[in-house]
Design a protein around this ligand. Sequence first.
Ligand SMILES: Cc1cc2nc3c(=O)[nH]c(=O)nc-3n(C[C@H](O)[C@H](O)[C@H](O)COP(=O)(O)O)c2cc1C
Length: 209
Amino acid sequence: MHPTPEEFHSLLRRRRSRRFFTDQPIEPERLERALMAAMRAPSGANTQPWEYVLIERGPVRDKVRVLCEKADVKFHEASPDWLKAFFDDHMITPVKEFADNAPYLVAVFGRRDLPFWLQSVWLSVANFITALEIEGIHSLTYTPSLTRDFNRLLGVDESWSCQAVLPIGHGVENEELKPRPRKGLGEKVHVVSGDGKLRPFDATLPFDP
Ligand SMILES: Cc1cc2nc3c(=O)[nH]c(=O)nc-3n(C[C@H](O)[C@H](O)[C@H](O)COP(=O)(O)O)c2cc1C
């Protein structure tokens, strides 16, 4: 059974980044299906330059949290004012509580010597977070600037670059989710006519921001 286009769009709209998780476990089958969706992504020359590492709770995970928080302190300090304002608005601080609570942190690595590795890894992440949503599992696409210490901690070869660390699980019920409206097609999509004129796409369907 395929989802209808309307169902697919409502799924995409429903997915939100969650930053506070319970420790409720994830059903293994649901996680496995979401990982299968991640593997299904297209990639440059079908090289599939991604590697997913599921980090369970425990002492290594505690060290991951320390590395993430250290990286984030630096990142927050160096951020431009508009980004600092976004962080304040979202109550995003370098303290990463989700690194303790969520049943898994999923580190997604990319093999940086392969062509189009970066684009391909992110397409895979997009499949993953969408598939998690359909499985009723929440996620945060979290991108700490981690160094080689992180690879060493997990025993991952240094030719792999960590692109994202996603806490996944069940978001707490009372997390306040501020609206994050999306711009519509008229603003973000353009058409070049045969004579080279650029014009906004003439959208006809209702778009729910
Ligand atoms: C490439 C990428 C990097 C992101 N990095 C972070 C991050 O480091 N920390 C964080 O809290 N959110 C991060 N986010 C989440 C975005 O802030 C979020 O997706 C955006 O504000 C839209 O909100 P929504 O996901 O709830 O629709 C990232 C998202 C993407 C796609």
